[in-house]
Write a protein that binds this ligand. Structure first.
Ligand SMILES: NC(=O)c1ccc[n+]([C@@H]2O[C@H](COP(=O)([O-])OP(=O)(O)OC[C@H]3O[C@@H](n4cnc5c(N)ncnc54)[C@H](OP(=O)(O)O)[C@@H]3O)[C@@H](O)[C@H]2O)c1
Length: 317
C-alpha cells in the first residue's frame, strides 16, 4: 500500500479523469497532493515544468493532463494534438526522472490500437497496423508516451506505468453540443426531449455499433490500484471488458432520464468503428475489476448533470 504521506502530483486535476483521481486520492486520505491548473503551469513549457519539479519534488506523478478533443477537433488540428501531447508528456516524464519521482502513471487511450484490430483488443496488438486516421496525431503522441515510459524503465530502472482506458463517462464530463462524447450527448438529447415533451429522439447511425464504457470513478479506483500493485511492466488496458450497442445504450439512457417517447436511428449518419472493446484479462488477472454497473454509472451521471445543469443549459431552465 502506498504511504498516505507521499507527495502526489496529479497533472490535469480539473479534467474529467484528473478530478476523479483527485476525489479518489482525497477519499483515501492522501495528505500531500500537489495541483496546478494549466494557467498556473503550462506543461508544454519545458522551463516551467523543470522549475516546478525542482521546487516541488513529488514522489508520485499521475499524468492525466492532455490536449483532448472530439473527432472534428482532431481532424481540424492534428498538429496541435500531436505537438501539445508530445510536449506535455515529454516534459512531465523527463523531469519526473531527473527529479527522482519513484512512480509515474501515464494515461493513454484505446485510440492507440490499429483501426482494424481484432476485438476484444489485447495489449499485444499495439503497432500491428495503422491507427484510425481521424485521430492519428493524438494516437501517435499516446503511443510515444507509452514507449517513453517503457524505455525510461529499461534504461534508467524507473517504475513508470501506462494505463489505456476505454471510453469513460461520469462527473465533470463534457456536455458541449459540438464536442461531447456519446454518453453526455445522449443524456442531453433525452433530457431536452423530456422537458420539451418531444415524441421522438433521433440518434446518429444504425444503433448497432458497440462501445465499452467505464464510469470515471472506477477508472480512478483502477489508477490507485495500478500505482499500488503494478510495477515496471508493459502498458495495461482498463475497462469493463463488456460492451453495449448504441441502441442498448440509448434505451438505458432514455430510461434513466425518464423519457417516454420513441427513439429513431438516422442510418444516413456514420456508425464509426463497428466495435471498440478492450481485452482486460491482464488487469483482472492482477485482481482489479469494475464496481459500478453501466446503469448505476448513468444514473449518477444524470444526477450530476441535473445538479450542474446551469453550466451547460442556460437556455433550458
Ligand atoms: N474522456 C475519456 O473518455 C477518456 C478515455 C480514455 C482516456 N482518457 C485519457 O485521460 C486523460 C484525461 O482526459 P480527460 O477526459 O480528463 O480530459 P479533459 O477533461 O479535457 O482534461 C484535460 C486536463 O488536461 C489539462 N491540460 C491540457 N493542456 C494542458 C497544458 N498545456 N498544461 C497543463 N495542463 C493541461 C487541463 O487543465 P486545465 O483544466 O487546468 O486547463 C485539463 O485538466 C487523457 O490523457 C485522455 O487521453 C480519457
Amino acid at each position: 500500500m502506498l504511504d498516505r504521506t507521499l507527495k502526489i502530483y496529479i497533472a490535469g486535476h480539473k479534467g474529467m479523469v484528473g478530478s476523479a483521481i483527485l476525489r479518489k486520492f482525497k477519499s483515501e486520505k492522501f495528505q500531500n497532493i500537489v495541483l496546478r491548473t494549466s494557467d498556473e503551469l503550462d506543461l508544454r513549457n519545458q522551463q516551467a515544468v523543470q522549475l516546478f519539479f525542482e521546487q516541488e519534488k513529488p514522489d508520485i506523478v499521475v499524468l492525466a493532463a492532455a490536449h483532448v478533443g472530439g473527432i472534428m477537433a482532431n481532424i481540424q488540428s492534428p498538429a496541435v494534438f500531436l505537438y501539445d501531447n508530445l510536449m506535455i508528456q515529454n516534459n512531465v516524464i523527463h523531469f519526473s526522472y531527473l527529479n527522482g519521482v519513484r512512480k509515474l502513471l501515464f494515461l493513454g487511450s484505446s485510440c492507440i490500437y490499429p483501426r482494424l484490430a481484432p476485438q476484444p483488443m489485447k495489449e499485444e496488438y499495439l503497432l500491428d497496423g495503422k491507427v484510425e486516421p481521424t485521430n492519428e496525431g493524438y494516437a501517435m503522441a499516446k503511443i510515444a508516451g507509452i514507449k517513453l515510459c517503457e524505455m525510461y524503465n529499461r534504461q534508467y530502472e524507473t517504475d513508470y506505468i501506462s494505463a489505456m482506458p476505454c471510453n469513460l463517462f461520469g462527473y465533470e464530463d463534457n456536455f458541449d453540443s459540438v464536442s461531447s462524447h456519446v454518453v453526455p450527448a445522449l443524456i442531453k438529447k433525452y433530457h431536452r426531449a423530456k422537458i420539451e415533451d418531444l415524441d421522438r429522439v433521433e440518434v446518429w447511425g444504425t444503433g448497432k455499433a458497440r462501445r465499452e464504457l467505464l464510469f470515471v470513478d472506477d477508472l480512478a479506483d483502477a489508477c490507485l490500484f495500478l500505482l499500488e500493485n503494478y510495477h515496471k511492466k508493459d502498458f495495461i488496458n482498463v475497462g469493463m471488458g463488456i460492451d453495449v450497442s448504441i441502441r442498448e445504450l440509448a434505451d438505458l439512457i432514455s430510461c434513466v432520464v425518464g423519457y417516454k417517447g420513441e427513439t429513431i436511428f438516422d442510418t444516413t449518419k456514420p456508425d464509426g468503428m463497428p466495435q471498440k472493446l478492450m481485452d482486460v484479462s491482464r488487469l483482472s488477472n492482477i485482481g482489479w475489476t469494475f464496481k459500478t454497473s453501466l446503469c448505476c454509472g448513468l444514473e449518477l451521471t444524470y444526477q450530476w448533470y441535473l445538479e450542474n445543469y446551469n453550466k451547460f443549459e442556460n437556455n433550458y431552465k
